[in-house]
Ligand binder design. Structure first.
Ligand SMILES: O=C(O)c1[nH]c(=O)[nH]c(=O)c1Cl
Length: 308
């Protein structure tokens, strides 16, 4: 069974992608993603205008059922990633961008609009906002104003990366904003913000930045990821596709994301842990589940999760 899919008239040979941030910092890592079996392409690390070292280490820690990180947007800088995605590749690319302030986002999108790049771009709305205000995606007015300005000039395929929401009214409010704009997709969820873990031997937090506060990923966030995929699928215009991200470690998890309505599925924590071989495993496990259930295509069950 081939799991190819089309988003914004770009054909992806598989539904599987890396979660931005994992296996996508360097040309070597991005090439490895593209050359790996059963991948649909590669999503770049979120690019900022200039190269960044990121936060002091340790800034990532593997937990029993997931991960915690406060990387601090380490990346090679926007020109590096724009150059990479503008070159020919065997599979599609998604260029992820993250400004450190509103004007950065506008500036980066003007540069992409003016560039040769015709592929997909993904605006990371979990980027920090002005000090004292929540991240952009948790500031609804800011998000609306930002998208309004972007779509006053941007005509290329654009999606947004969203943090998780935890209140049904927030799903309503955010979906109402997103439905106003010609987005190709949303990618949900980013890490579950500001978790904390402690090493009881040392009685210290496990990551150095932000007094140990960091974004959570991996198996423990799967229920949150599934809820966000389903909630937005129920509320968004069908023209806005969904990349389901969060908590995927097996074919069963992929199957659940697809039942909730995901069009593509990306893998972060488990990819970091297992390497790019995970995509063949997820493909085989999903194919086995489908065969057991008599499904011959993802369309037989995508978005068809049933209420109890
Ligand atoms: O600290 C990071 O680099 C980071 N870490 C995340 O878990 N999500 C993000 O969007 C980013 Cl930008």
């Amino acid at each position: 069974i081939d799991f190819k899919t089309t988003m914004a008239s770009v054909e992806f040979p598989s539904i599987f992608l890396n979660a931005s941030g994992v296996n996508c910092m360097t040309v070597a890592e991005m090439d490895e993603m593209i050359n790996a079996a059963c991948t649909g392409g590669v999503v770049t690390k979120s690019a900022t205008p200039q190269q960044r070292e990121g936060n002091p280490q340790p800034r990532y820690y593997q937990l029993e059922h997931g991960s915690i990180n406060s990387m601090g947007l380490p990346n090679a800088g926007f020109p590096y990633y724009l150059d990479y995605v503008t070159r020919e590749h065997a599979k599609p690319t998604i260029l992820s961008v993250a400004g450190l302030q509103m004007s950065d986002n506008i500036e980066l999108l003007h540069k992409i609009q003016a560039s040769e790049y015709t592929g997909l771009t993904e605006l990371n709305l979990s980027c920090p906002n002005v000090i004292g205000k929540p991240q952009v995606a948790y500031d609804f007015e800011e998000t609306d104003a930002l998208l309004a300005e972007i779509f006053s000039f941007y005509t290329k395929p654009l999606g947004v990366k969203l943090p998780p929401y935890f209140d049904l009214v927030h799903f309503d409010q955010m979906a109402a904003i997103l439905n106003k704009y010609p987005l190709t997709h949303i990618n949900t969820v980013n890490s579950v913000g500001n978790g904390l873990w402690i090493d009881i031997d040392t009685e210290k937090v496990v990551i150095k930045p932000k007094q140990g506060f960091g974004g959570l990923g991996g198996a423990m966030i799967l229920p949150t990821a599934l809820a966000n995929v389903r909630a937005f699928r129920q509320r968004l215009n069908p023209s806005i596709k969904i990349i389901g991200t969060g908590g995927v470690t097996s074919g069963k998890d992929v199957f659940m994301h697809l039942l909730c309505g995901a069009d593509m599925v990306s893998v972060g924590t488990a990819l970091l842990h297992e390497g790019v071989g995970i995509f063949q495993r997820l493909t085989d496990e999903l194919a086995t589940i489908m065969a057991e259930k008599g499904y011959t295509s993802i369309e037989d069950f995508r978005g068809k999760v049933q209420d109890f």
